[in-house]
Design a binder for this molecule. Structure first.
Ligand SMILES: C[S@@+](CC[C@H](N)C(=O)[O-])C[C@H]1O[C@@H](n2cnc3c(N)ncnc32)[C@H](O)[C@@H]1O
Length: 271
């Protein structure tokens, strides 16, 4: 998994669609005045920003991310904020990089954690929380995210990407380990993982969001997505291939948007 400068998640995180999704996640946190929140896998800081807006009496938000490129963007946006700070670190080591907190947000991070490590990440977040503290996560890569009627779109997009690359003497890299994002779990699996990690009152909810061409295009500028979708280490080439193919498929299938489900899961550390 490569974090490449110039190919951060930022363009996607600034899409109105993504803003709506992240606002919904933040609303699930219900932070009391003075609370400290960890935004684990904060990227360029959208959830941190929305948390500070939604709960103006928050004590502070600590954004944690392993990518210094993502953190540079977060600091550019929010580095001046007296109640936001950003540290380099992984969700797997969260207890070593941040002290006790009242809430944890994992905004579209779980599908970037290898499946075998998801339990210990949730356990680490649980142990970080004060009794009664909440964890809220969401993900768009899980079992059930793709609606049956959209399968045709994904197949056509992959095919058109391959055709574009082959026309330039290249190809998709098919012989490889499956990307971590495709180590998918069902909503029920997510709930069970949360319960096994010690959380109570675990709930999950799903909703369908309509992705426009501009939304997908923004995702095509993200290195982790490009690498996962194409297998290419040349992210610039992969990004151009996916973007060109996207335009072809939206045009050929006469699409204005593609629906996809998003999963939200939340729970509380027992008192
Ligand atoms: C899809 S982006 C979401 C970024 C941000 N949370 C948002 O919603 O805008 C996933 C983020 O997870 C981060 N990430 C990847 N592996 C991680 C890990 N092991 N621990 C914590 N964060 C990780 C990536 O660097 C990236 O910033």
């Amino acid at each position: 998994m490569a974090f490449i400068q110039g190919y951060e998640f930022d363009a996607m995180s600034r899409r109105p669609l993504y803003g709506d999704v992240t606002q919904r996640l933040v609303d699930l946190c219900a932070c009391a005045p003075g609370s400290v929140v960890a935004d684990v896998g904060c990227g360029s800081g959208l959830a941190t920003e929305l948390l500070l807006e939604r709960f103006p009496q928050l004590g502070s938000v600590v954004g944690i991310d392993p990518s210094d490129h993502e953190l540079a963007l977060a600091k550019e946006r929010l580095g001046h904020h007296p109640r936001a700070r950003f540290v380099t670190g992984r969700a797997q080591d969260v207890g070593a990089v941040v002290g006790p907190v009242d809430a944890v947000v994992l905004s579209n991070v779980m599908h970037q954690i290898p499946r075998a490590e998801r339990h210990s990440v949730l356990r680490g977040c649980h142990d970080l929380l004060a009794p009664g503290g909440r964890l809220a996560l969401n993900t768009l890569f899980y079992e059930g995210a793709v609606l049956p009627e959209s399968r045709r779109f994904y197949a056509a997009w992959l095919h058109a990407t391959r055709t574009w690359l082959r026309g330039r003497g290249g190809d998709l890299v098919l012989e490889r380990e499956a990307p971590v994002a495709l180590e998918t779990l069902t909503p029920g699996d997510h709930e069970a993982l949360m319960a096994e990690a010690g959380f109570a009152d675990v709930r999950s909810e799903e909703d369908v969001y309509a992705w426009t061409l501009e939304d997908w295009q923004a995702l095509c500028g993200y290195s982790i997505f490009v690498e996962g979708a194409t297998g290419l280490t040349d992210v610039d080439l992969g990004s151009r291939a996916l973007t060109a193919a996207l335009h072809t498929v939206f045009r050929d299938l006469g699409l204005s948007s593609v629906p996809r489900r998003w999963l939200f899961v939340h729970g509380t550390r027992q008192r």
